[in-house]
Structures are given as C-alpha cells and as structure tokens.
Design a protein around this ligand. Structure first.
Ligand SMILES: [Zn+2]
Length: 501
C-alpha cells in the first residue's frame, strides 16, 4: 500500500515536472521568436532598405495571434489606411480627412475588447460593464462600452486599475495647472544660448557614447545607433539595441535622447538571467519601462549633480571657437538652461512640468471616445478647450492639436497614460534610492553612476514580472502606494528654485 502510494506520488510529481519543463521550453521558444521580431524592428528603423517594408508588414501581421484571424486582418488593413489618412490630414491640418478612420478604429477596438470579454480574459471589465448596464437599465442588445478603457489600459499597464489612474491624474491636474500658471506669470526665461549653435554630429556621437557607457550601458551586450524616432529593443539582455538622434543646432536633443534610451537599455540588460526566456524575467509594464528611462533622463540627466560631472567633459569635447561661450558656463547655469519650462502645443517637445497635462488631455478624450461618452466629431473642439484650460494655449490648427500624434491612427488607445505613470513611478523609485544610498548626489557628481545602477538592477530590473502591477512593485519597494503627490512635490521644489517662484 505504502509502496503503491509512493509510486503514484512519484509518478504524478514526475508528470507535473515534465509538463512544467514542456511549458518552459515552449515559453523559451516563444521568447526567442519575440527576440527575432525585436531584431527585425530594429533593422526596420536603423538598417532596412525602404523597399523591404512590404514584406516586413506581412511578417508583423503573422505575429498577432490571440484574436480571430478575420479581426486581425481587418485591423491590420485599417491601420495602414488610417496611418496614411492621418499623415495626409495632418499635413493639410484637416481633421475631417482623418475622422472616418478614427471612427472605424474606435469600432474595431471595441470589437477586440468585446471578443476578449467573451473569451473570459477581461473578467474585471465584464463586471464593470454589467454593473453599468444594470444601473442604466439596459437590455443585453443595447450598446454599452463602460469599462472598455480598463481593458485597453491593461494591455500596456498590466494589472493597473483605471479608477486609480483617474484619481492620480485628477490630483496631478489640480496641482500642475496653477504651478504652470505661476511659472508663466514670472515672464522670465533662463539663457540657453550656449546650447544652441553648430554642434558637430560626430563629436556629439562620441560624447553620447561615452555618457551611455559611463551610466552603465554594456557596449558588449548592445549597440547605440541613430534613427528618426529614438527607441530601444533587442532580442535578449545580451543584445540590446538603442537609438538616438542628433540635431546640429540643438545639443540637448541628442544627449537627453541618449540618456533616456540608456535607461530603457539598463532595464533590458539587467533582466534576471536565472529565468532566461521565461515571462517572469520580462519587463513588468510599459509604465515601469518608462520609469527607468525617465529616472535616468530626468532625475539624473536633468539634475545639478550630473552636470557638475558631465559639463567639464562637454567643454573638453567642444573646444572650437564657435563654442567659446560654453567654456565659461557653470553647472548651475547649464542646469537651468536644460530645465526651461515652456508651454507648447506639441507633446513631444514638452518639458517635465507641462508633459503630464498633454497626457491627461489625451486620456480624458480617448476614454470618453472608447466608452461612447463623446463622438469622433467632438474631438477638435474638446481638445482645444482643454488645451486652453490646462496650458492657456489657443490651438489655431488641428495639425498643432488633435492631429499631432500617430497613436490613435495605429489603434494605440490606452497607451498614453503609461508615459505619465512612468514619471510618477520614477520619482517614487528615485526617492527610495536616495534613502537607500547614502550621499547619492555626491556619487552622481563624481560620475559614480554604478551605485544607482546596481541598486536599480536589484530592486527593479531583476524583479521582472514577479508582481502583478507597477503599483504592487512600488508598494513592496517603498511601503506606500503610487501617489502623484511625490511627483508634484518634486516638481514644485525644483521649479520654485529654478524660477524663484
Ligand atoms: Zn521611453
């Protein structure tokens, strides 16, 4: 009897183990395929001849598997039409040329969510939707899209609750709108003439490569190249591809871009090798990924300690007579020039104070669109009204307003919030690092970046996807939930000093 029981226990444990090994093998295969796809993406942006684009589009199409093939096919076809229409509409600043495609993009996005709800993938969304239906006394056949935004948000920000996002953003808006108004009212700008001018691209490249390496980027496990839109990907922690872009007349663009992408790369290179190829070693979410790029770009690269170290290197690199005025600049002046706040129509040009309002505006509009609270035709007027309310700007052309981003044309609804979640995470993570690492600022001012990198490796990068959400990761790390007050405090203190508010 005993022997028999033991044998069956052994048998079952053996079959569980063999099943587990099989799952691991298939997950690792999948991870290799994803790696190949990442490499193809890099190739497309950096190396691929333009005529190869068609074949590549077919490869991308084959990757989407979770949805019915008809829906995937329809969505891929619509997206390529919508992106072309959007580009045309933006060029002519004519929203009416894009509106019908946005309408279709909303419809197909809803169909995808409905499919996922039916498949039991979005149980939480189903519950929100049923509750809304009950409270509105709707029949099963009536249209109701309440909760659909939660489903979209979950695609990019695993496990994050949409109602929490609403609270974070509302708090942020309440504090930032008056802060920006105060800065504007000062009617003063710091001199940044020494970062304008003629910057030799070759020299900028050398400088960027040097900084990336000193921050901890392993050049034997990755590359830094150039592309129109900077990005980071790569098939594996040992092969991470990042890009930046250099402007001849503005030095800041190239270096900020390099530091931002280095932050993404350090996350990728720092993934836990013990779980190589398994989902648990993957990045947790888009927002956490962005927190790593923003932590390096803003908390470090826009800080005084960093420029205390990096400005002398810059002066050494650019000694031509045309950069004469650079030689007399102090780290303090450089820091202020790099942190100018300027309200602008374009999101991608925005600084860290105004950026969240660009995101909140988009979040409010896309949520209302997908859940059926507004119509596609309402977008321009709503956009312009919010721009006026939040940043005090009058949008005169849709090109500078609701037509500026490609996200909605591609069908990336629910993606925008991850940018600002990233900056909220970044501040809380950096605050924790400052508490854990004695004299962090002094280390940074001496170029000893490894102390911060090692801490991030252990506390963020190697943690991979062990938690259900970024919120959980922050709670475990800091003992407090995600809270926009830390971000507000960081901005208020920093810019009160910079603008003497
Ligand atoms: Zn990024």
């Amino acid at each position: 009897m005993t022997t028999l029981t033991k044998t069956s226990a052994e048998l079952s444990s053996e079959s569980v183990r063999s099943l587990y090994n099989k799952i691991c093998t298939s997950l690792k295969d999948n991870s290799i395929l994803q790696g190949v796809s990442a490499l193809l993406g890099w190739d497309q942006e950096v190396m691929m001849p333009s005529k190869a684009a068609d074949t590549r589009a077919q490869q991308a199409y084959k990757e989407a598997t979770a949805l019915p093939s008809e829906l995937v096919k329809e969505s891929a076809a619509l997206t390529s039409e919508a992106v072309a229409a959007w580009a045309e509409a933006r060029k002519e600043s004519d929203y009416s040329k894009f509106a019908p495609y946005l309408e279709r993009q909303i419809k197909i996005t809803r169909a995808k969510v409905a499919h996922r709800i039916k498949g039991g993938v979005c149980d939480e969304v189903r519950k929100i939707n049923e509750k809304a239906r009950a409270s509105l006394n709707l029949k099963d056949t009536d249209e109701c899209y309440k909760g659909y935004y939660q489903a979209l948000l979950s695609i990019y920000e695993t496990g994050f609750k949409e109602d929490e996002l609403g609270v974070l953003f509302a708090d942020l808006k309440k504090s930032l709108v008056p802060l920006i108004a105060k800065i504007k009212a000062k009617n003063f700008q710091h001199d940044n003439s020494f970062i304008r001018g003629d910057w030799d691209v070759e020299k900028q490249t050398q400088y960027s490569h040097r900084i990336a390496k000193e921050l901890g980027f392993d050049t034997e496990a990755g590359r830094l190249d150039v592309s129109t839109h900077p990005f980071t990907n790569g098939p594996h922690p040992t092969d991470v591809r990042m890009t930046t872009r250099y402007m001849i007349d503005n030095f800041q663009e190239g270096i900020n871009g390099t530091i931002h992408e280095t932050g993404h790369s350090l996350y990728e290179q720092g993934r836990n090798r013990e779980y190589d190829g398994l989902p648990v070693n993957q990045a947790l979410s888009m927002g956490i990924h962005e927190s790593q790029s923003l932590l390096w770009e803003r908390m470090v690269g826009l800080g005084k300690p960093f420029w205390t170290y990096a400005l002398p290197l810059l002066k050494e690199q650019f000694q031509e007579p045309s950069h004469e005025n650079l030689q007399s600049v102090t780290p303090e002046q450089f820091y202020k020039a790099f942190n100018r706040v300027q309200t602008d129509f374009i999101r991608t040009e925005a600084d860290e104070v105004t950026y969240p309002l660009h995101i909140i505006l988009r979040y409010e509009i896309e949520k209302a669109l997908i859940e059926g609270d507004i119509n596609v035709s309402d977008v321009p007027s709503l956009w312009n009204a919010k721009m006026k309310e939040y940043l005090g700007l009058d949008v005169t052309e849709d090109r500078l307003g609701c037509l500026q981003d490609t996200h909605w044309a591609i069908g990336y609804l629910g993606y925008f919030p991850t940018y600002t979640l990233g900056s909220i995470y970044a501040v809380q993570i950096f605050n924790e690092a400052k508490e854990a690492i004695p004299n962090l600022d002094e280390h940074l001012a001496k170029g000893e970046f490894h102390v911060l990198k090692t801490w991030l490796n252990k506390n963020i990068h190697e943690q991979g996807s062990l938690r259900e959400s970024g919120d959980d990761l922050i709670k475990d790390l800091t003992g407090r939930p995600l809270d926009s007050q830390f971000y507000v405090k960081y901005l208020t203190e920093k810019y009160t000093e910079i603008y003497n508010l």
